[in-house]
Design a protein around this ligand. Structure first.
Ligand SMILES: *Cc1c(COP(=O)(O)O)cnc(C)c1O
Length: 392
């Protein structure tokens, strides 16, 4: 099918909830993609931070195929090998005590919120269910995670929302303290606000929040749906912030393109969600777990160092453009935000796409780059050449 045929079917049969780019992606290899008309693109999106091993990774595809030919799904009423292997890798790599598997970021955050409220209920009884989140955060699209998201425009239309969220300013510990009280059970935050504009939090602030949580027995709830699984140059971003969360969520990059997510709990929290209190039909699905095992096996110290180096290289080269359109560069590893001025971030993204580079936007004025973690030096340089042409 050509682009117009695909678009016509979308418009006729699909709910029009997305503002899509006028491109139909057909296939890819590594960090290079081709559309339905045969046009080639360098990919700085990974499908919003998902395809960490790039496109058509042979080892990943083979593992999923092999698992599909053994047993593709059987539910959590039975044990299977792929998810237990994955659990061991995640627990050992994170320093946490146990993991729960679901399918998406929002679902992972919902589970983390449930865990925090039950931890507090078990220990203190009712009336201690509030979770403090940060302004400009993003935690998902369900009724509860929309309310957890600290941006007013997500709190429209779908009333009534779940109660029990209060919002504090990022990098302002007094603001967090001001939202505190006897009704609080946890603080939930992203360490780099992704959708909000690729804004890394200050380490000192993050550590102060961790300290406050420890003092008041609030759970430290870290949303690593976007930052986790190697994206920032360590398995989890918190490992670079000098903290250890009580619960941490992951999703996007974990299975290299299959829908998968979950949360890790520390020793203190590992028994809070006992039998029958939480579940997911697809959680821990053998095919998705087989794909995730390949992703986790790739996360060697050397691989993670390369992610950090590639990110530093990209940021350095973009800064060297001295572009009048660039107001600033932020981020860690291969999660990069480029502040855009002189045109909208959408216009910049569109111009780059026309020249063969796919990027994302975030916040009000940020071009967001989330390339596949396996992107080669050659692919980075080809992407940078497009950026130089458009930005200079
Ligand atoms: C993408 C994202 C989510 C939501 O994940 P879904 O898989 O779309 O539900 C939640 N938190 C953060 C930080 C995200 O980046």
């Amino acid at each position: 099918m050509n682009f117009e045929e695909i678009k016509a079917l979308d418009e006729q049969y699909v709910l029009q909830t997305y503002g899509r780019n006028p491109v139909a992606i057909d296939h890819g290899k590594g960090a290079t993609l081709w559309d339905s008309e045969g046009k080639e693109y360098i990919d700085f999106t990974s499908g919003i931070g998902v395809c960490s091993l790039g496109y058509a990774n042979e080892t990943w595809a083979r593992a999923i195929y092999d698992q599909a030919m053994k047993v593709g799904h059987i539910s959590n009423l039975f044990y299977t090998e792929p998810y237990v292997k994955l659990a061991e890798k995640l627990v050992k790599g994170s320093g946490m005590a146990g993991v729960f598997f679901g399918n998406s970021g929002a679902e992972a955050n919902e589970g983390m919120i449930k865990l925090a409220r039950k931890y507090s209920f078990d220990k203190y009884g009712k009336g201690r269910a509030v979770i403090i989140t940060l302004n400009n955060s993003f935690h998902g699209r369900t009724i509860t995670t929309l309310k957890a998201t600290g941006q007013d425009h997500f709190h429209e239309f779908f009333f009534p929302f779940t109660e029990g969220f209060r919002y504090a300013d990022a990098n302002n510990i007094d603001s967090v303290k001001a939202q505190g009280g006897d009704d609080v059970c946890g603080v939930m935050m992203e360490l780099i606000q992704g959708e909000g504009g690729v804004n890394p939090l200050d380490s000192a602030f993050v550590q102060a929040v961790a300290q406050l949580c420890a003092q008041r027995d609030w759970l430290l709830l870290i949303d690593e749906v976007q930052t986790g699984i190697g994206r920032t140059g360590s398995l989890f971003a918190y490992q670079q912030f000098g903290i250890q969360p009580d619960v941490v969520t992951f999703a996007k990059g974990i299975a290299g393109g299959l829908p998968f997510g979950g949360f890790l709990a520390n020793e203190k929290c590992r028994d809070v969600l006992g039998k029958g209190t939480h579940g997911s039909t697809f959680g821990g699905n053998p095919m998705a777990a087989a794909g995730a095992n390949v992703v986790m096996d790739a996360m060697t110290p050397e691989f993670l160092r390369e992610v950090a180096e590639k990110g530093a290289y990209l940021r350095e080269k973009i800064a060297a453009f001295n572009s009048p359109y660039v107001s600033g560069i932020r981020g860690m590893g291969l999660m990069i935000g480029v502040g855009i001025q002189g045109m909208t971030h959408t216009e910049m993204k569109d111009r780059l796409m026309a020249e063969g580079l796919l990027c994302l936007t975030a916040g009000k004025d940020t071009l967001r780059l989330l390339p596949p973690l396996v992107i080669t030096k050659n692919e980075i340089d080809r992407g940078l050449a497009v950026m130089a042409k458009v930005m200079q």
